[in-house]
Structures are given as structure tokens and as C-alpha cells.
Design a protein around this ligand. Structure first.
Ligand code: F6P
Length: 342
């Protein structure tokens, strides 16, 4: 039997580890062969494929990015999208499809299975860690480690110059990266999309930090917004899933802090650095296990499911449940971090 594999949405460290595990176990244990669809749903729509076998996945475990490429193409954006995907699966004799992606990619897989009976299994990925039904997505740990290292480095330069350093991290709807890296890096304020921040309060934290003769580090998620204001956007363009391009809140915040406190403030935007490069050991472990269990789900004919981490177990959950709502930071968890603000 042949199985199709694709990676969609923003790339994320660990994607290659999933692909490798799927192909290795699928070939060795089940005698499957594989076809890779290039650049997510675009490849499935256009029939753009690449050969995928054990040889093709040699050496890719520690490599960042995805050997299949990725895109934010939405097949439901065109009237004949579903028909084209069905035709391409048939043409390449793929009897099942493993979709590795975040909320958008898996939302498409869920609809393709539920509404059109296309046999899909999902694997959750996103550095944002905002998929419900799984304790963690791979890519998140790597992103948190990168952001934490950046914060560590920013502390020393902030203190040498006694200036405020604002660090903008990724996190469109959820502040997981900001919260984990902010706590791990000893930030003096952490601002997340789930709770609008009070600018006066942020400035008070900044000033109180200076009183103790230390320089403040403010970690802000790109989707965070001030009370009474809107999220700061890079521009107004939308991707094919209707998302705006974020980024800019860090720069905006530094200006506001400078204006209100009179202290020099600078911004570092970590951006795609958080998504690039080699995955952490934890992400390689999680991604590998997700891949092994995803191909088991294909073998069992358990379509319309997504593999998920619960504690230390990998379980299967309905794709529809996994994509129904985002996993955001619980207010109680965020409140814990408040001890260190200011
Ligand atoms: O989906 C993950 C994410 O990292 C978001 O936090 C961020 O808003 C988005 O991707 C940016 O993606 P890109 O610039 O690659 O389109």
C-alpha cells in the first residue's frame, strides 16, 4: 500500500523527524511505500510530489525545516480543491494521507475526512503549542530554548547600558512561548495575547526594576495587545486561511515605555529564528514518537484521528476535536508568573 505524506503551515523543528519515523516504521513493519506531496496542500492540489523512501530520510533527524517543503495553501479556497486532491491521491495510488501541521492544515484534513471520506491521519506541529488535545506539540521546546537563550543574552547587555530591552516572540493567539521562555529567562514582564496588558502597569514594573539597579526585560508575544487597543500588525495582507501578518508590538511598546518613563528602550524581534535550525532532543523524541504512532493509526485504518501526547503516552484523538478550539494560556498559570513582574 502507498501512503501520502505532507507538511503544511509554518515550518517547525522536528518535521523531518516525524517524516523519518513514518517512513522507517511504515517500510520496515508494514511494507508500505510512500509519496511525499510538496509544500503542504499545494502539492496535493497540483499533484507535485517527491519520492519518499528510507534512503530519502537518511540523516534528516537533526535537520530543521522540512524536506517536503511547506505552504499555507488552503484547498477549500478553490471550488474544485477537493476533487483535485482526490484525483491526485488516486493518480499516485495513495490510499491514505498523513498530514503534519497546525490548526489550519489539520482543520483541512479533518474536513477532508469528515465531509469527503478521504482517509487522513493528523500529526500536530506548531512552535506555538496552541493545539488542544495534546499536552505539547513538537517545535515548541526548541522555540522556547532559543527564546530563553536570547533573553539570557539580553540581560547582560541591558544591565551594562541600564536600558529596557523588549523581546518580541512568536505567538499569534497563545502566549505559551512568551510564558515559558519569560519564566525560564527571568523576564520582568511577560505579555500574552490572552490578556490585554495595561501600559501604565508595564511602565510601573519597568521603573520598579530600575530602582533595584537592574535593567528590565519585557517579553511580549506578537499577538499581545494593550487594553483599549488592537493587535499591532505588520501590514493588512491576509494569508489563504485569513490570518493577518503580526509583528510590531515590540517596537510599539518600546516607544511607549521610553515616552512614559524617560528610560531608553530597545526591541529585539526573534521572529523566524525561533522556527529555524536543529530541533531540541525533546522535540526529536516527541516528533519521532508521533511519526511511529501516526503510521500505526494508518495501519489500523483509524482515519480522522490525530496523534497526541497525554502525559508520557501517545494517544489518538478525533481530528475534529483537536481542531475545534485553540489551547490558550490559562489565567491561573499566567498569574503564577506575576510574582516575578517588576
Ligand atoms: O503558526 C506559527 C507561527 O509561528 C505564528 O506564531 C506566527 O504568527 C506565524 O507562524 C508566522 O508565520 P509566517 O511568517 O511564516 O507566515
Amino acid at each position: 500500500m502507498r501512503v501520502g505524506v505532507l507538511t503544511g503551515g509554518g515550518d517547525c523543528p522536528g518535521l523531518n523527524a516525524v517524516i523519518r519515523a513514518i517512513v522507517r516504521k511504515g517500510t520496515q513493519n508494514y511494507g508500505y511505500d510512500f509519496v511525499g506531496f510538496r509544500e503542504g496542500w499545494r502539492g496535493a492540489l497540483e499533484g507535485d510530489t517527491t519520492h519518499l523512501d528510507v534512503r530519502a530520510v537518511r540523516g534528516i533527524l537533526p535537520r530543521g525545516g522540512t524536506i517536503l517543503g511547506s505552504s499555507r495553501t488552503n484547498p477549500f479556497g478553490s471550488a474544485d480543491g477537493v476533487r483535485r486532491i482526490r484525483d491526485n491521491l488516486a493518480k499516485h495510488e495513495a490510499r491514505a494521507l498523513v498530514a503534519i501541521g497546525g490548526e489550519d492544515t489539520l482543520g483541512v484534513a479533518s474536513r477532508l475526512h469528515e465531509e469527503y471520506g478521504i482517509p487522513c491521519v493528523g500529526v500536530p506541529k506548531t512552535i506555538d503549542n496552541d493545539l488542544s488535545a495534546t499536552d505539547y506539540t513538537f517545535g515548541f521546546d526548541t522555540a522556547v530554548n532559543i527564546a530563553t537563550e536570547a533573553i539570557d543574552r539580553l540581560h547582560t547587555t541591558a544591565e551594562s547600558h541600564m536600558r529596557v530591552l523588549v523581546v518580541e516572540v512568536m505567538g499569534r493567539h497563545a502566549g505559551w512561548i512568551a510564558l515559558h521562555a519569560g519564566l525560564a529567562g527571568g523576564a520582568n514582564a511577560i505579555l500574552i495575547p490572552e490578556q490585554r496588558f495595561d501600559l501604565d502597569q508595564v511602565c510601573e514594573w519597568v521603573e520598579s526594576r530600575f530602582k533595584t539597579r537592574y535593567a528590565p526585560i519585557v517579553v511580549v508575544a506578537e499577538g499581545a495587545s494593550p487594553k483599549g487597543g488592537e493587535a499591532v500588525l505588520k501590514d493588512d495582507s491576509l494569508d489563504s486561511f485569513g490570518h493577518v501578518r503580526l509583528s510590531g508590538v515590540g517596537e510599539w511598546l518600546a516607544k511607549q515605555i521610553e515616552r512614559r518613563t524617560g528610560k531608553e528602550a530597545r526591541t529585539t524581534v526573534l521572529g523566524h529564528i525561533q522556527r529555524g535550525g536543529t530541533p531540541s532532543a525533546f522535540d526529536r523524541w516527541l516528533a519521532t514518537r508521533f511519526g511511529l504512532h501516526a503510521i500505526d493509526a494508518v495501519y489500523d485504518g483509524d482515519f480522522g484521528t490525530m496523534v497526541a501526547l497525554r502525559g508520557t503516552d501517545i494517544v489518538r484523538v478525533p481530528l475534529s476535536e483537536a481542531t475545534a478550539k485553540l489551547k490558550t494560556v490559562d489565567p491561573g498559570l499566567y498569574a503564577e508568573a506575576g510574582v516575578f513582574f517588576g
